[in-house]
Design a protein around this ligand. Structure first.
Ligand SMILES: [Zn+2]
Length: 300
């Protein structure tokens, strides 16, 4: 049984036609999974909207209230990359809550997957790169309130370095940030994660998979987390508009299998979020994100 977290609100955001963000990908992924996996093997969970008071676990009061009440200035909104709307507020609070729900389900069942999430560019007092609030650190903080959870690893394989996560984790010894990313890519300023594995432009499957395996093995051995939150961004793919790496479909499939099977073999609960992916072709993008879920299903 695969525990999956989804809400239709994820794709319910009106963006200008020129906007580059593939907002429909969440709905496409949901449709794809319900069409390609046996329904009796999928258990769907729908998150409630986060109580904004919980955002102060990671974010500054001024920033959170300014975003919620549409008082951010034009520059701060441009940095986030989405025009402000009530729909954006609703979607953001629901999606952030979805990652916390995914972490709770992972602690209960061993594995859970979120059809959204991965807002690793969100900092303490500003948002950036399509990220408003840092769902990964918020979910880790909530998980740390559970009995038996003393350390959480955020394993970030999105092609972009998790700068917001890195900055937020700098003074959080119980949350370990580990990022495997393309060095010559957004963000230009990369505060150090606990573990960073920068890769050169154009790296292909062999070097990439070897690096991911080393990063995960080392992170598990050094930090012995009680929960792993995996940002499975597919913008590492060779066809992605924003990636600069050269990972094939098969390389991505192997990556997802590697992370899933390693955590399972170590009996560490695993909460997955889909992260970035920016191909203009919705079918290709859906299949890329879908590989994580298919790999989870195949591993059983
Ligand atoms: Zn990314």
């Amino acid at each position: 049984m695969l525990h999956c977290v989804y809400h239709p609100i994820y794709s319910q955001l009106m963006l200008p036609p020129s906007h580059g963000f593939p907002i429909t990908k969440y709905r496409h992924l949901y449709d794809y999974l319900t069409g390609t996996l046996p329904p009796e093997q999928l258990r769907w969970h729908r998150p409630d909207r986060l109580n904004p008071g919980q955002l102060t676990r990671c974010h500054c009061d001024n920033y959170t209230s300014a975003f919620l009440e549409n008082r951010l200035d034009a520059r701060a909104i441009r940095r986030i990359g989405f025009p402000w709307s009530q729909a954006l507020v609703a979607r953001t609070l629901t999606s952030v809550s979805g990652t916390s729900l995914t972490a709770r389900l992972a602690l209960k069942h061993g594995l859970a997957l979120h059809l959204s999430g991965g807002y690793h560019h969100a900092h303490f007092d500003f948002g950036s790169g399509y990220c408003v609030f840092n769902d990964l650190v918020l979910a880790a903080e909530e998980a740390l309130t559970q009995p038996g959870v003393d350390r959480v690893l955020i394993f970030d394989l999105d092609v972009h370095q998790g700068d917001g996560t890195a900055a937020l984790c700098a003074d959080r010894p119980q949350i370990i940030s580990c990022s495997v990313h393309c060095e010559s890519n957004f963000p230009s300023r990369k505060p150090p994660s606990n573990m960073d594995f920068p890769l050169e432009k154009g790296v292909g499957d062999a070097v990439y998979l070897q690096t991911v395996e080393q990063a995960l093995t080392l992170a598990l051995r050094l930090h012995q987390p009680d929960l792993v939150i995996f940002d499975a961004g597919v913008d590492v793919h060779q066809g992605d508009r924003l990636g600069h790496l050269c990972i094939s479909d098969d390389g991505l499939r192997q990556r997802e299998q590697l992370v899933l099977s390693t955590c399972r073999d170590h009996a560490i609960p695993l909460a997955c979020v889909i992260g970035g992916g920016y191909d203009r072709d919705p079918d290709s993008l859906t299949r890329r994100h879908g590989q994580l879920f298919h790999a989870a299903f195949t591993l059983g």
